[in-house]
Design a protein around this ligand. Structure first.
Ligand SMILES: Cc1ncc(C[n+]2csc(CCOP(=O)(O)OP(=O)(O)O)c2C)c(N)n1
Ligand SMILES: [Mg+2]
Length: 352
């Protein structure tokens, strides 16, 4: 699939006009989803955005320590992909994982409390931002080693196939991780055994401070399965409907027993790589331009307004609901008890 052209919207047209930029000409196509489904996508993206903003604030206040990688700007990727899953499908990702956990339906209180290192956190306060899991929600982490989640996701796909289930493994990783050797080993096995694995490259244009053009011999990550016969598409990862559609196709391919699929999501990270990032590798203007012209949440709300599928009050109601969820999560996360010292060695090693 060629990358979808950015569709103009009422708000972007209005914004463009007010800022003296070129107004875009045509009307975007009407979404083929009902209002309820579209509002759910808006809600789920907004929840991730507000959660991450709050996590950034708590970090600034010293409530969160250690590594913390925010997902702001990339929300359409995980929300659009998750819209195609059933509860028994599995998900694995990198350390930039809070959005994936929320999109899997994990409790925002448990995620935030893990960030603040409290007992009520998903790893009882001992894992932190990069190390959370939920067996109930089929979320397998949260991995700090770049590229390491890819063989894990391939293994989860193997488990689905081995158990004779019709489930898929969504395996998310970054543009930097895409150059790791274990990714290609995973492609080989996934193709050989026709494993139901969707490899999702979140190309947010940078691996820490290194741009794709400085690190990758080719930016066409979606073609990297070609030697193994794995099909791939490049998708506008800032357009949630394009993500959802491409995800539906990839997931259907896997469920039909045709083997793995690669999706390259063109997206952008608004914040620094982690909380300590000197940000000398890109300009403020570059970030600002993406925020103004390609923001995934604005893109969806513009579509909703353009086609009279929602009124500003509908979105305000959702915004208020999301704000309350995030405020409650933060309150819980700063007031819950820390783990007891005698907990230090529990749940660290599982004897199987
Ligand atoms: C094997 C390994 N090498 C290096 C690192 C240090 N490191 C952490 S994140 C990162 C950049 C990865 O970028 P990308 O895959 O594009 O993911 P993004 O952070 O953009 O989501 C690096 C090099 C690491 N954690 N693991
Ligand atoms: Mg990256």
């Amino acid at each position: 699939m060629a990358r979808a052209a950015k569709t103009p919207t009422s708000r972007s047209r209005a914004t463009a006009k007010s800022k003296g930029k070129r107004a875009l000409p045509s009307r975007p196509a009407k979404p083929d989803l009902d209002k309820g489904a579209l509002l759910k996508l808006y809600r789920d993206m907004s929840l991730i955005r507000r959660f991450e903003e709050k996590a950034g604030q708590l970090y600034g206040q010293g409530q969160i320590a250690g590594f913390c990688h925010l997902y702001i700007g990339q929300e359409a990727v995980v929300v659009g992909m998750q819209a195609n899953l059933t509860p028994d499908d599995t998900v694995v990702t990198t350390y930039r994982d809070h959005g994936h956990m929320l999109a899997c339906g994990m409790d925002p209180k448990g995620v935030m409390a893990e960030l603040t290192g409290r007992r009520g956190g998903y790893s009882h306060g001992k894992g932190g931002s990069m190390h959370m899991f939920s067996k109930e929600k089929n979320f397998y982490g949260g991995h700090g080693i770049v590229g390491a989640c890819v063989p894990v996701g391939t293994g989860l796909a193997f488990a689905h196939r081995y158990r004779g289930k019709n489930n898929v493994s969504l395996t998310y990783y970054g543009d930097g991780a895409a150059n790791q050797g274990q990714v290609f080993e995973s492609f080989n096995m996934a193709a050989l055994w026709k494993l139901p694995c969707v490899f999702i490259i979140e190309n947010n244009q940078y691996g820490m401070g290194t741009s794709v053009s400085r690190a990758s011999a080719s930016p066409d990550f979606f073609k990297r399965g070609e030697p193994f016969g794995i099909p791939g598409h490049k998708v506008d990862g800032m357009d949630i409907l394009a993500v959802r559609k491409a995800g539906a196709e990839a997931v259907a391919h896997c469920r039909a027993g045709k083997g793995p699929f690669i999706l390259q999501m063109e997206t952008y990270r608004y914040r620094g790589h982690s909380m300590s990032d000197p940000a000398r590798y890109r300009t403020r203007e570059e970030v600002q331009k993406v925020r103004e012209e390609r923001d995934p949440i604005d893109h969806l709300s513009d579509l909703l307004f353009t086609h009279n599928l929602a009124k500003p009050d509908d979105l305000k109601k959702i915004d208020a609901e999301v704000k309350k969820i995030v405020t409650d999560a933060a309150d819980f996360a700063v007031n819950d008890a820390e783990p007891a010292p005698e907990e230090l060695y529990t749940d660290v090693l599982v004897e199987a």
